[in-house]
Design a protein around this ligand. Structure first.
Ligand code: GLU
Length: 470
């Protein structure tokens, strides 16, 4: 049997990280077993679905690298097919027309509740015979079995039993003919020959209804695995008030997709005590049987830790590619500066996010507009002027412009003036970057370039001269 999994988001807003996680699990399972991963856009809720939200789903999937083999299918383009199946079910008697009015349904509910039962449809149109009442557009209901039970053999929760008498006859088509949610899912899962459904356990209550309809259609039943929700740090369902919940927001905050995927896979799945998984390792090790029963809570520190790990260990070029968007957001023009990959290499030990990195690397591309107050007071005083003047002269003559040669020139100035290296490097650093924190001074100089270094030293000397004027 070829494994066929699906990701069926409803395009009603952002791509939530909980959805991204179920997409990931389905993708991993298909990739692991050489199966097929299908993208299906569940856009039948015309009022809430938007084209923008569809684009956000595509963008998020592409950013995460979750590629699909089939689709995107759109439910709104399959209405003829849903109508066809409804016709077949009506003909087979597994569905029937219901002409009850809203008031009648309301009355049934009140009666049921007065008896202490759950509010439900009492099935009165099941046995209707004779001509249909005039002037009423009926809904179509599924003829749910009335006795026995449906057992969801869930791979995470085990056997979950539902008594059929608790499930009333679901409306599968509204009076305008449009199909309802649980029905379209069933027809799609059947037509797309889905073998494994991994989804949030907020759908567990839909599953017995879907199983009954699948059985009525004679369709093979998929394997189900309902994953627990992702919770906020306070143990409540994750929502916007806990911070970022949308995949794109994580991208915008400077996280790498590798880090987010690694973070998501560990929410609800474990492989021993391992924390770091490359994509290849996830595919290799992922197993539905190892999905957790208990809910996972977000842990922002862990995500930062993972992000830093990937910033440090991925190829600088690949991190650099992703840094560009953040440089652009920060208004940094990198075209005339050092190669981005070299900047990544210089800064990757310090930055936890690409936003931090974009912010920290600004001085490689743009001359600092001002010196930090404290740094200038400590390092750009009168006694720094001769040191900076020496550096200006020696660095201008460095040939070739390499880290080693730059280091030798700075060390020579220190030796000549009998100063510790730091006493020379720190004024130089402030002159070049405006502050006291940067990679090793030879690396910093090498990246800024000879011309940039000379120009910035000239300006620091002017600054010192001016600040000494009475
Ligand atoms: N469209 C549903 C959702 O976004 C998915 C349902 C399913 O996985 O069956 O929650």
């Amino acid at each position: 049997m070829t494994v066929r999994t699906r990701f069926p988001p409803s395009p009603t807003g952002m791509l939530h990280i909980g959805s991204a996680r179920t997409a990931l699990f389905n993708w991993l399972y298909a990739r692991k077993l050489g199966g097929t991963f299908i993208l299906r856009i569940e856009d039948t809720d015309l009022e809430r679905s938007t084209e923008d939200a569809v684009q956000i789903i595509f963008e998020g999937m592409a950013w995460l690298g979750l590629d699909y083999d089939e689709g995107p299918y759109y439910q709104t383009r399959r209405f003829d097919r849903y109508r066809e199946v409804i016709g077949q079910m009506l003909a087979a008697g597994t569905a029937y027309h219901c002409y009850c009015s809203r008031e009648e349904i309301e009355a049934m509910r009140t009666t049921a509740m007065a008896r202490g039962d759950k509010p439900r449809y009492d099935g009165r149109c099941r046995q209707r015979s004779g001509p249909p009442p005039a002037g009423i557009a009926p809904v179509v209901r599924f003829r749910n079995p009335t006795d026995g039970e449906v057992v969801v053999e869930d791979r995470i929760h085990g056997m979950v039993r539902f008594a059929n008498r608790e499930l009333d006859d679901l409306i599968i088509a509204r009076s305008d003919g449009s199909p309802t949610y649980n029905f379209t899912v069933v027809v799609d899962d059947m037509d797309m020959a889905i073998t494994h459904v991994i989804r949030g356990d907020d759908h567990l209550n839909n599953t017995p209804r879907q199983l009954n309809i699948l059985a009525a259609l004679g369709a093979p039943l998929p394997v189900y695995a309902h994953v627990p929700m992702i919770l906020g740090p306070d143990g409540k369902k994750l929502s916007k008030r806990h911070g970022a919940v949308s995949v794109m927001q994580y991208r915008d905050e400077g996280f790498l997709p590798e880090a987010l995927l690694n973070y998501l896979v560990r929410m609800g799945w474990a492989h021993g005590d391992d924390e770091i998984f490359s994509i290849a390792e996830m595919i290799d090790k992922f197993d539905i049987a190892a999905l957790n029963k208990s809910a996972a809570a977000v842990n922002p520190d862990k995500l930062l830790w993972l992000n830093q790990h990937y910033i440090k260990t991925l190829a600088p070029d690949s991190v650099g590619q992703r840094l560009r968007r953040h440089l652009a957001d920060a208004g940094v023009d990198w075209s005339a500066g050092p190669p981005i990959a070299a900047v990544v290499e210089a800064l990757r030990e310090r930055a936890r996010t690409l936003v931090e990195m974009a912010d920290a690397c600004r001085y490689f591309y743009v001359e600092p507009r001002a010196y930090e107050d404290k740094a200038a007071r400590a390092h750009l005083g009168s006694d720094s002027a001769p040191v900076l003047a020496d550096l200006r002269e020696r660095l201008a003559a460095v040939e070739p412009w390499t880290r080693e040669a730059i280091h030798a020139a700075v060390a020579a100035v220190a030796a000549q003036r009998d100063l510790k290296l730091g006493k020379v490097a720190q004024p130089l650093r402030v002159a070049l970057t405006g502050g006291t924190v940067s990679p090793p001074i030879d690396v910093t100089c090498a990246l800024i370039g000879r011309e940039g270094v000379s120009g910035r030293l000239d300006r620091a000397l002017v600054y010192i001269r001016n600040s000494l004027k009475p």
